[in-house]
Design a protein around this ligand. Structure first.
Ligand code: PLP
Length: 411
C-alpha cells in the first residue's frame, strides 16, 4: 500500500486564488451581463519590453544554427546574465556578490518554496502575518507546521503580526526562531521596512544563528529614497541572509519565467553537532540534482533587461503600474478608506469598513461594484479585516474600478 505525505492534508483544501476564481465564476454565471474588473491576482498585464522581445528572437535564431545551438546550460545560469545581475542589481548599490553566489531559476515561487529543503526539519519557522502563502505551505508540506489550530495558525510556526496598530513592522519573536521569511516591499500589505528596522532582524539572525529568507520580488517598485532595495545593504546581512529576486513583476516575466536567488558563501547552517556548513554548497547541490537550468532563450531575454533600452522600458512599465497604484490609493483615501502600501509596491492594502470581515467585503465589492480583490484573511490570521487590491490591471480598468467603488459600493 502506498502511503502519502499526510502533511498535505493539513493544508486548506483550496488555494486562495482557486477559491476566489470559483466565487467569481459563480457570480459571472449568475450575472452574465456584468463586466467584472479584477484587481485581485498579482499578475502583470502589459507586454514584454521590446528589448526583451528582440533578444528572445535572436536567441531563437541561434538555436536554429548548429554553430550557435545550445543544449543543457549550467544549472546555475549563464554568466552573461549573472554578470549583469552582479553589476546592475548589486555593485551599483555598493554590494559585492560573487558569480557563484547567484543561482538563476524559473521563478521566485519555486525558489522560496524549495529553499526549505536544505534546512533541518526541527527548525522553527517565523513568518510575518499576513504572508505570501508559499512560505507557510511549503514548510507545512515538509513537516515543519505541526498541528493546524482552530485560529488557522500552525502550532509550530511563529506568526509575526503586521497590522495598522504596529505600523506593519513585525516585532522580533519572543521565542528563538531559525528560519525567518521576510518579504519587502511586502506582498500583500505593500509596506516596506526601513534600514534600521531591517538591521534589527539581521542582528537577531547573527546573534541566534538563524537565517533570513528575504524575498525582494518587488524591489523594482521602490520609489522612496532610503528604502533598502536589498537586504545586503544592511551590515552583516551577507552572513545570515538569502535573497530572492524575480523578473516577473520587474519586466513582465510572469509567463516567461526567470528569477534568481543569492546565497552568499558566508551564510551558514549547522549540523546537530554544531558544525557550520555553507548553505551555498547545499543549495548548489540541490539545484544541480533537481534542476536543469532556465532555457538559454529566456536567459537571453532576461539579460536584455540590463541594456540601456531594456532599463528605459522597464522603468516605463513600472511607472505605468505605480501610476495605477496611486490612482487606487488616492481614490480610496478620498472615499474615506484607511489605506496602506501602494507607494513602494504595486499592492494596496485597505482596512475593510466598519470592521467587516474580509470575505464579506469581497462579496460586497463583487456584487455591488463588480470588482474583484483579495480578502486579507487569505494571507493569514492578521489579514482578517483587510483587503488587497493590485495595480496590475490596465489604466482604463483601474480608473473604472475606482469609479465603480465610488458610485456603486453600498456600505
Ligand atoms: N514572491 C512574492 C512575494 C510574490 O508575490 C510572487 C508572485 O506573486 C512571487 C514570489 C513569485 O514570483 P515568480 O513569478 O518569480 O515565481
Amino acid at each position: 500500500m502506498v502511503t502519502i505525505n499526510e502533511n498535505y492534508l493539513k493544508l486548506s483544501g483550496s488555494y486562495l486564488f482557486a477559491e476566489i476564481g470559483r466565487r467569481v465564476a459563480k457570480f459571472k454565471a449568475e450575472n452574465p451581463e456584468a463586466n467584472v474588473i479584477s484587481l485581485g491576482i498579482g499578475d502583470v498585464t502589459r507586454p514584454l519590453p521590446q528589448a526583451v522581445i528582440k533578444s528572445l528572437h535572436q536567441a531563437v535564431d541561434e538555436m536554429a544554427q548548429p554553430e550557435t545551438f545550445k543544449g543543457y546550460g549550467p544549472e546555475q545560469g549563464y554568466d552573461f546574465l549573472i554578470n549583469k545581475i552582479i553589476e546592475y542589481d548589486y555593485r551599483s548599490r555598493g554590494i559585492e556578490i560573487g558569480a557563484d553566489e547567484i543561482f538563476i531559476s524559473d521563478g521566485a515561487k519555486c525558489d522560496t518554496g524549495n529553499i526549505q529543503e536544505i534546512f533541518g526539519i526541527e527548525n522553527i519557522v517565523a513568518v510575518t502575518d499576513p504572508v505570501y502563502p508559499v512560505y507557510v505551505d511549503t514548510n507545512v508540506m515538509a513537516g515543519r507546521g505541526g498541528v493546524l489550530k482552530a485560529s488557522g495558525e500552525f502550532e509550530r510556526i511563529v506568526y509575526l503580526p503586521c497590522n495598522a496598530e504596529n505600523g506593519f513592522v513585525p516585532e522580533l519573536p519572543r521565542q528563538p526562531v531559525d528560519m525567518i521569511y521576510l518579504c519587502y516591499p511586502n506582498n500583500p500589505t505593500g509596506t516596506t521596512l526601513s534600514k534600521a528596522e531591517l538591521k534589527k532582524w539581521v542582528d537577531y539572525a547573527r546573534e541566534n544563528h538563524s537565517v533570513i529568507l528575504y524575498d525582494a520580488a518587488y524591489e523594482a517598485f521602490i520609489r522612496e529614497e532610503g528604502v533598502p532595495h536589498s537586504i545586503y545593504e544592511i551590515e552583516g546581512a551577507m552572513e545570515v541572509a538569502i535573497e530572492f529576486r524575480s523578473f516577473s513583476k520587474t519586466a513582465g516575466f510572469t509567463g516567461t519565467r526567470c528569477a534568481y536567488t543569492v546565497v552568499p558563501k558566508q551564510v551558514m547552517g549547522y549540523t546537530r553537532d554544531g558544525d557550520a556548513v555553507s548553505l551555498n554548497q547545499l543549495w548548489n547541490r540541490r539545484q544541480t540534482t533537481k534542476f536543469n537550468g532556465v532555457s538559454y532563450i529566456v536567459q537571453r531575454g532576461a539579460a536584455a533587461v540590463y541594456t540601456p533600452e531594456g532599463q528605459r522600458e522597464i522603468k516605463e512599465l513600472i511607472d505605468y503600474y505605480m501610476t495605477n497604484a496611486s490612482i487606487i490609493r488616492n481614490g480610496l483615501m478620498r472615499l474615506g478608506f484607511q489605506v496602506f502600501g501602494g507607494i513602494n509596491a504595486p499592492y494596496i492594502w485597505l482596512k475593510t469598513p466598519d470592521g467587516m470581515d474580509s470575505w464579506t467585503f469581497f462579496e460586497k465589492l463583487l456584487n455591488d461594484a463588480h470588482v474583484v480583490g483579495t480578502p486579507g484573511a487569505g494571507f493569514g490570521p492578521s489579514g482578517e479585516g483587510y483587503f488587497r487590491l493590485t495595480a496590475f490591471n490596465s489604466r482604463e480598468n483601474t480608473i473604472r474600478a475606482i469609479e465603480r467603488i465610488e458610485h456603486r459600493l453600498k456600505l
